[in-house]
Design a protein. Structure first.
Length: 266
């Protein structure tokens, strides 16, 4: 999701080659580590949470790029109202570290897409973004009001959204945290945004698969995924580290897979 993220990936403290902790290779940036933990805490409180089965080869991935080793860790779940909750963490050698998280809603529920990304390298965070993105023209009114009431606090360096950033809501926060205080504010704001989503999930009810609103949200989520795939930096890095066919499948089937078509009751 991060507009300039070269991997769109993320990891809990990952395990490197032969079981060696990634911390041995220079350590996880504190913001990446702390935000992953806060997201897990928020995620684990969602109703009906259960793990999604994915290919074991995609849970922990290793590769190399320009002589440096890449490690990617994926965690995938689902819950009431959300078809896929994906938390990905990644690191490139002792430098670049990335957290990528997207919660995709079931089109039958009137819910937005949650997304949060961090890009960090050698002690510096270059990008941090969080949003509840509408899958139709606008956010549900209650969610819009709840987000408007949040105060993320001051950040000294705000980032500009890319040309394809029209998928984001007016409440998107895209910044470059410059010190621990700003990093903590960003984590707290992500938790607050997840709190808004959790409340909507708990209160939400499903509409029928043929309901025009369900179909509209399904089409909107397809557009969201298509827009995210326009960031070619992810694809180029994965192609170079692995191969083009693998990169295409990873992006299309794990990172930004299209929602299944709504089905009529049998």
């Amino acid at each position: 999701m991060t507009p300039d993220s070269p991997l769109r990936a993320a990891a809990e403290p990952v395990t490197g080659p032969k079981g060696v902790s990634a911390r041995t290779f220079g350590g996880i940036h504190p913001l990446v580590d702390a935000l992953a933990g806060r997201i897990r805490t928020c995620r684990d409180g969602l109703p009906g949470l259960e793990p999604l089965t994915i290919d074991p080869a995609l849970e922990a991935i290793g590769g190399s790029l320009d002589g440096e080793e890449i490690f990617i860790r994926n965690e995938v779940h689902r819950c009431q109202g959300l078809r896929k909750l994906h938390l990905e963490t990644a690191r490139l050698g002792a430098g670049l570290q990335i957290l990528h998280c997207v919660f995709f809603p079931e089109p039958s529920f009137d819910l937005p897409v949650f997304g949060a990304d961090i890009v960090a390298g050698r002690g510096v965070v270059s990008a941090a973004i969080v949003d509840l993105s509408p899958v139709t023209g606008s956010l549900p009114a209650g969610i819009d009001r709840a987000l408007a009431a949040l105060d993320p606090g001051p950040f000294s360096q705000e980032r500009e959204l890319p040309a394809w950033g029209g998928i984001f809501s007016p409440h998107v926060l895209f910044v470059r945290p410059v010190d621990p205080a700003e990093e903590e504010r960003f984590i707290d704001h992500v938790a607050a945004v997840l709190g808004v989503l959790a409340a909507a999930v708990s209160e939400g009810t499903a509409q029928g698969p043929t309901d025009p609103a369900t179909v509209n949200r399904w089409e909107g989520q397809q557009r969201y995924c298509k827009q995210q795939k326009q960031n070619d930096k992810t694809r180029r890095v994965l192609e170079k580290a692995f191969n083009p066919a693998w990169a295409d499948q990873y992006i299309e089937n794990l990172l930004f897979d299209d929602p299944p078509a709504p089905s009529s009751p049998s």
